[in-house]
Design a protein around this ligand. Structure first.
Ligand code: ZN
Length: 226
């Protein structure tokens, strides 16, 4: 059995400050907030980064002309910035176990990965849909793939965030291990190769249907609903 977490300082692909600013300001959707909170639980400096993001958000606010904003927008934003920061996520448990998830995700799910209703996604791949909403038809779901599996080449209609919870995958943009987030946009096609050695479990947030390149993958897309 392997832990779903690793030494927090080894997380190399981190979400950008713009995500933390939006998170601190309460401007993210439920699905986005959950992914950001889960990512932060892998970092040992999450509290400091959030504090910096909040300060940066305040400084940015000062550069916006009040004339360009709705009458109560400034007051509302200031109220949000003055509100307490979202609770700093607890560090992910470091104990080995097959069913460990970082606290924010585990609490939201109300259980572990083996309690979820996984369904077929493709050879060696399973998925579970968790949430849909927010602007741009956001979908939060999880991928569970066997070692060595190739996720077909695809693009995106908007932003795609993939947070690794367990195992690792590689694509032309790097190797992504537990705690890492890959951010892709609509200009970026990629195929993911699950690394050998252990299964890979990811939390993904996509906007609109994923655009697969090959016709077999496109054919089955209506049935997988992602
Ligand atoms: Zn992708």
């Amino acid at each position: 059995m392997t832990a779903l977490s690793r030494n927090p300082s080894t997380v190399t692909h981190r979400l950008g400050d713009e995500w933390l600013m939006a998170y601190a300001a309460g401007a993210l959707s439920e699905g986005q907030s959950l992914l950001v909170a889960t990512h932060l639980s892998f970092l040992d400096d999450a509290a400091e980064r959030l504090a910096v993001a909040e300060a940066a958000g305040g400084a940015l606010l000062e550069t916006i002309s009040p004339d360009l904003m709705a009458p109560d927008a400034l007051a509302q934003t200031l109220a949000r910035l003055n509100a307490p920061l979202p609770a700093t996520p607890a560090p992910a448990p470091q104990v080995a176990g097959a069913d460990l998830l970082p606290a924010p995700l585990r609490d939201w799910l109300g259980g572990g990965v083996d309690d979820l209703k996984w369904s077929f996604l493709g050879p060696g791949m399973k998925k579970v849909k968790l949430w849909r909403g927010g602007p741009n038809d956001q979908r939060l779901w999880m991928l569970r793939a066997q070692p060595g599996i190739q996720v077909p080449k695809h693009g995106h209609r908007g932003t795609e965030l993939v947070l690794v919870l367990k195992g690792s995958f590689s694509d032309p943009h790097g190797r992504f291990c537990a705690g890492d987030v890959e951010e892709s946009d609509d200009n970026r096609m990629h195929a993911l190769g699950i690394d050998e050695g252990e299964e890979c479990i990811c939390l993904a947030l996509t906007e609109g249907p994923i655009r697969f390149e090959s016709w077999p993958a496109r054919m089955i897309q209506p049935f997988i609903g992602l």
